[in-house]
Design a protein around this ligand. Structure first.
Ligand code: HEM
Ligand code: SF4
Length: 577
């Protein structure tokens, strides 16, 4: 155990140990009149796929009138590879109306979230999700989280292997505890001492553990941002094996030099049949050596940062039954958002629908929820969620594709051809009013920030040049801001740190470009850089490639710390003509 990890354990460790394999007193509190759970149960509830939250728009007025917070719950469905049936989608759509706030949110990790679920409706919500043959187990909590994979529903073997591998890893790393079934599905209660948790043990992992699977030619899952990533090497249409990367993670804390957003490092190459064993070995190293004293340092990226890759590789090799092979060279990182119309290669078609910030809702101008419901009821496509918060409708015939496009138009949902690049690739985390950690707006503000950048870029003749804009309400990084071309990370209400220099490929960390910028100054702060880029770019050079060339550090940067200050070099860009 590292020095750090041997310090006094955090209170969450004791809560896990005392929870009798994730039971706590959740069942009892659910049956009682309280509007919410205590801290310990709320932490255990995360393993069941739910965060206790409160409506932050209401906080002040409730406090001023001496009332309790407006408690409510976020419920997250874990969907390995992001693939569900038409019936499952329709069940979730109904639940959003009957038990949530009338919206569904596609997450950046291929799950669905419900917001605004009241405690009295929590059990029925989770039970109904299970009746639709979906689950919320391990969607949150200190375990293997939802396992991601490229969702493109292509008929080739590589895409099929990716989906199957994601499902297999998810099954193999699920907690063994029956607590979930007892609490939400009324399974008869076990005496928990009859139960073992063979992989996780009594205290599960030190914190969350995220796995994704990408293709060598498509990094749509942003593979370098996870604890463990598999990159499929495709040869002659078959998956020859996987390059494994370890130690990525986005979350950091403002002002803390010892917190980092880090890209995953190359470990080596493995055969396809060793994928589950490899991921399990990486998770087991984290389980046994991760920091259990300070949750801010409890990610495998810190262990790797401290150990170095040589020691980590040795430990990995010691734990697996096969020999790790040398890393295989990769083509330049590419990215596909899968939007619009595509042939699947099996005579069918899929259509990628743009969902602004992943929020499926009926709003003025665009009735996305109603449009998807009508399309899915009528044509019964398979539904896939993308890591960029969009929806793919799969297994359609050509005439059905025409009908889909017509329906989207009728409900005011923008087709991909109508989107500027700035809007198409933008992402924002939920932040206010639901997220307890948000320091500023994100999802609610982002559309207007995109409007402003869209206008600026159009004026420069750059409307259709691919560019990623991302926003988060705090530095935890749920919308992966540190790998974007440009991102805004919340500092306090209406004030953001601005990062520049990542890119669509996801293999480069952005620099802190400007600090403490007010919302109305975001465009003016970036205008000189955008203008220079438009004028001086070589060929189809992206904003970040141009920026990296300009400041003269073209190599990949592996991490950025929470206490970085914008460098004189990057700041000087803002004043250059
Ligand atoms: C490190 C500290 C982090 C904490 C404490 C944290 C906590 C949270 C919380 C409380 C929410 C719920 C917000 C809401 O829906 O109201 C959330 C959402 C989410 N987080 Fe995180 N998060 C962290 C980092 C990350 C990172 C690094 C990723 C992925 C790269 C991530 C992925 C997500 C996703 C996919 C959602 C759902 C909403 C969305 O798609 O934007 N989180 N997180
Ligand atoms: S980035 Fe921060 S504000 Fe946004 S959802 Fe994640 S934890 Fe909440």
């Amino acid at each position: 155990m590292s020095d750090e990890a041997s310090k006094k354990e955090s209170k969450v460790e004791a809560q896990k140990r005392g929870s009798r394999h994730l039971r706590g007193t959740i069942k009892e509190v659910l049956a009682g009149p309280a509007t919410h759970f205590d801290d310990s149960d709320a932490n255990i509830l995360k393993f069941h796929g739910s965060y206790q939250q409160d409506d932050r728009d209401e906080r002040r007025s409730l406090r001023d009138t001496g009332m309790e917070k407006a408690y409510q719950f976020m419920v997250r469905v874990a969907i390995p590879g992001g693939s569900i049936t038409a019936d499952q989608y329709l069940a979730l759509d109904r639940l959003a109306d009957s038990h949530g706030n009338g919206t569904l949110r596609v997450t950046t990790r291929q799950g669905f979230q419900f917001h605004g679920v009241l405690k009295g409706a929590l059990k029925e919500t989770i039970a109904s999700i299970n009746h639709a043959l979906l689950t919320t187990i391990s969607a949150c909590g200190d375990v293997e989280r939802n396992v991601m994979a490229c969702p493109a529903p292509l008929g080739d073997e590589a895409h099929r292997v990716l989906q199957e591998t994601a499902r297999e890893i998810a099954i193999q790393l699920r907690p063994a505890s029956r607590a979930y079934y007892e609490i939400w599905l009324d399974e008869e209660e076990l005496v928990h001492t009859q139960e073992t948790e063979p992989f996780y043990g009594e205290t599960y992992l030190p914190r969350k553990f995220k796995t994704g699977i990408a293709l060598d030619t498509d990094n749509c899952v942003d593979i370098y941002s996870y604890d463990c990533g598999l990159i499929a090497i495709v040869e002659g249409g078959r998956v020859a094996g996987f390059n494994v990367v370890v130690g990525g993670g986005m979350g950091m804390t403002h002002g803390k030099a010892d917190t980092i957003a880090r890209l995953a490092s190359p470990l080596g190459f493995i055969e396809p049949g060793h994928a589950v064993e490899a991921v399990k070995a990486v998770a087991a190293i984290f389980r046994d050596h991760g920091n259990r004293a300070d949750r801010r340092h409890a990610r495998i990226k810190y262990l790797i940062h401290e150990w170095g890759m040589d020691r980590f590789t040795e430990e990995f090799q010691r734990r697996v039954t096969f020999r790790l092979s040398p890393w295989r060279p990769l083509p330049p990182a590419a990215y596909h958002d899968h939007l619009g119309r595509h042939a699947q290669g099996d005579g069918r078609w899929f259509y990628g629908v743009f969902i602004e910030n992943g929020r499926i809702a009926d709003r003025d101008g665009a009735r996305t929820k109603a449009a998807l419901k009508e399309i899915i009821e009528t044509h019964r496509p398979r539904v896939r969620l993308t890591p960029s918060q969009n929806i793919l409708l799969a297994d359609l015939t050509e005439p059905q594709i025409e009908a889909v496009v017509e329906t989207l138009g009728r409900y005011g949902v923008k087709r991909v051809e109508e989107l500027s690049a700035a809007r198409r690739y933008a992402m924002a985390c939920p932040a206010l009013p639901t997220c307890g950690l948000a320091m500023s707006e994100s999802e609610r503000l982002m559309p207007s920030v995109v409007d402003a950048f869209e206008a600026e870029l159009a004026a420069l003749g750059m409307r259709d040049v691919p560019l990623t804009l991302r926003m988060t309400g705090c530095p935890n990084g749920c919308a992966r801001p540190y790998t974007a071309d440009i991102s805004f990370v919340g500092r306090r209400p209406d004030v953001y740190h601005v990062f520049v220099g990542g890119g669509l490929g996801g293999d480069r960390v952005a620099d802190l470009f400007a600090e403490d910028i007010a919302t109305d100054q975001l465009v003016p702060t970036l205008r000189p850089l955008l203008t220079k880029w438009a004028r001086e770019r070589r060929g189809d050079e992206s904003l970040s490639d141009y920026y990296q060339r300009l400041i003269g550090h073209p190599q990949r940067r592996q991490y950025v710390t929470g206490s970085e200050t914008a460098t004189a070099r990057t700041l000087s860009l803002t004043v250059l003509p």
